[in-house]
Design a protein around this ligand. Structure first.
Ligand SMILES: Cc1cc2nc3c(=O)[nH]c(=O)nc-3n(C[C@H](O)[C@H](O)[C@H](O)COP(=O)(O)OP(=O)(O)OC[C@H]3O[C@@H](n4cnc5c(N)ncnc54)[C@H](O)[C@@H]3O)c2cc1C
Length: 436
């Protein structure tokens, strides 16, 4: 297969965004060359996306995350990338009807302060310290709460509600649906090939040209093996990135590679009787952050266009990611604590009487892993190699990982700038501070 070959290892939102933009930019380049009547024929840029998951995105953070997007909530080294990526989310949604296809919407951001000490009691089952909820009918929303255009209909009324950000600079999506949209786009392009469930087992030069770099891809369900040429190896394996790099390039000193860790997060998705499509007004899409701890953590709650209410914030660095083709469910303790938060915030009945039917139903539960770095910012760029020449003519190794709590938000921008760098173009934003 002539042309240039890129293998992307890991199809979470960062890998699929990279495949999407790389195939788009490379196809523009090809048509420019032929349209310009250049004296050579473009032989195309072939992209292979490899992932061991039998069902892509299902258990990875990219399919289980919250989908909150912000334009200007970032530290200086990622501020430009964050704003650029936020704008790409908006323009992609405008171009492809993202509201319908993946629930893109502007969002109100609310800080909810559930302070207040009321009478003791245990009717809610929430335990000591929670009982004042039972008298919340007597609570009066603060003046700040009344300033909100619409108090979220799914939220019990509390004092201490404070708008945090304007609707122009924050938004929400359903990340799983965005990933599937990008995947469908990639599948429709002849230059992208998806390999799953499959692993890149090692670097392997193609027999057709032993000077060329390449990789061996092994299918997990059939044991079929295929060698493909690979000038660009891009590792976007989320929290598994460090182990992928070490296993694929055992000859490189481990210190050549950035260290990517992980932070687990449990979540539940509920549906409320008080938040049902098609009546949902997009001006009521909310991201809610609690300033006080509840059930031992600071809940983060997102109400989406599709009618889902996503509840997370329960994180644990001591839980390690499972092997990538498997998944660990959240513990019953985590689900119980998240459900208690839902009861407290969303269910009018649990405050009043036992046995009343709840306002909400838990429709899914998840545990997934953010890829993290010690600096708190992602690593995006080409990794310099000590033994580069050994791997074949023109071999280059790239990484995009460690986006921590912002991987959904920064996915499109990361995919775009990485693609530009791979194609030898100037990136739209300066990410040199994020180079490995
Ligand atoms: C509870 C929670 C809520 C979040 N909410 C938000 C939010 O609201 N907004 C936001 O911006 N971010 C949010 N995030 C962060 C975001 O989910 C992550 O930063 C992002 O999903 C990381 O994407 P990724 O593609 O790097 O990794 P992943 O989604 O982990 O994908 C990595 C992929 O690599 C694959 N892989 C693993 N090993 C191999 C291998 N050997 N070969 C090939 N492939 C392999 C895996 O199967 C997986 O598909 C949240 C995270 C959590 C945990």
């Amino acid at each position: 297969m002539a042309g240039t070959h890129t293998v992307i290892v890991g199809s979470g939102i960062v890998g699929i965004s990279t495949a999407y933009y790389l195939s788009l930019l490379a196809s523009e380049e090809n048509s420019e060359i032929s349209a310009g009547g250049a004296h050579y024929t473009s032989q195309g840029h072939h992209i292979h996306l490899v992932d061991p998951a039998p069902i892509l995105f299902e258990h990875a953070a990219s399919g289980k995350a919250g989908g909150f997007l912000a334009r200007n909530w970032f530290s200086s080294s990622v501020a430009e990338l964050g704003a650029f990526s936020f704008d790409l989310h908006k323009s992609l949604a405008e171009e492809f009807d993202g509201r319908k296809k993946w629930g893109w919407s502007q969002s109100t951001v609310i800080n909810l302060d559930i302070t207040g000490s009321r009478k003791k009691g245990s009717e809610t089952g929430l335990g000591e310290g929670w009982d004042w909820i039972q008298s919340r009918d007597s609570m009066v929303p603060s003046a700040e709460a009344e300033e909100l255009a619409e108090y979220p209909p799914w939220l019990n009324e509390f004092a201490g509600v404070r708008p945090l950000a304007d609707r122009e600079s924050t938004a929400q999506i359903d990340p799983l649906r965005l990933c599937h949209f990008l995947l469908d786009q990639c599948r429709s392009r002849k230059t992208v090939r998806i390999h799953n469930p499959a692993l890149v087992s090692r670097l392997a030069k193609p027999t057709s040209d032993p000077d060329l770099p390449g990789v061996l891809i092994e299918y997990q369900n059939t044991s079929e093996k295929v060698t493909v040429p690979c000038e660009n190896l891009i590792v976007t394996s989320g929290p598994w990135t460090s182990s992928v790099l070490k296993s694929l390039l055992p000859g490189e000193p481990p210190t050549s590679f950035p260290a990517i860790g992980s932070l687990s997060g449990a979540s539940i998705v509920v549906r409320s009787k008080r938040w049902q499509p098609p009546q949902i007004d997009p001006s009521q899409i909310n991201a809610l952050f609690l300033s006080k701890r509840m059930e031992g953590f600071n809940p983060e709650i997102f109400s989406r266009v599709g009618g889902e209410i996503y509840i997370a914030g329960l994180n644990d660095a001591s839980i390690a990611p499972p092997p990538p083709s498997t998944h660990s469910p959240p513990s019953s303790d985590s689900v119980g604590r998240l459900t208690n938060v839902a009861k407290y915030l969303c269910d009018r009945h649990s405050a009043k009487a036992h046995g009343a039917s709840a306002d909400f139903e838990v429709v899914s539960r998840g545990l997934c892993f953010r890829p993290t770095t010690s600096k708190g910012t992602p690593v995006i760029g080409q990794i310099p190699l000590r033994s580069g020449g050994l791997y074949g003519r023109g071999f280059r190794l790239w990484i995009a990982s460690g986006h921590g709590p912002w991987g959904i938000c920064m996915s499109l921008g990361t995919g775009m700038v990485l693609s530009q760098m791979v194609l030898g173009r100037k990136p739209s934003v300066d990410v040199s501070k994020l180079w490995p």
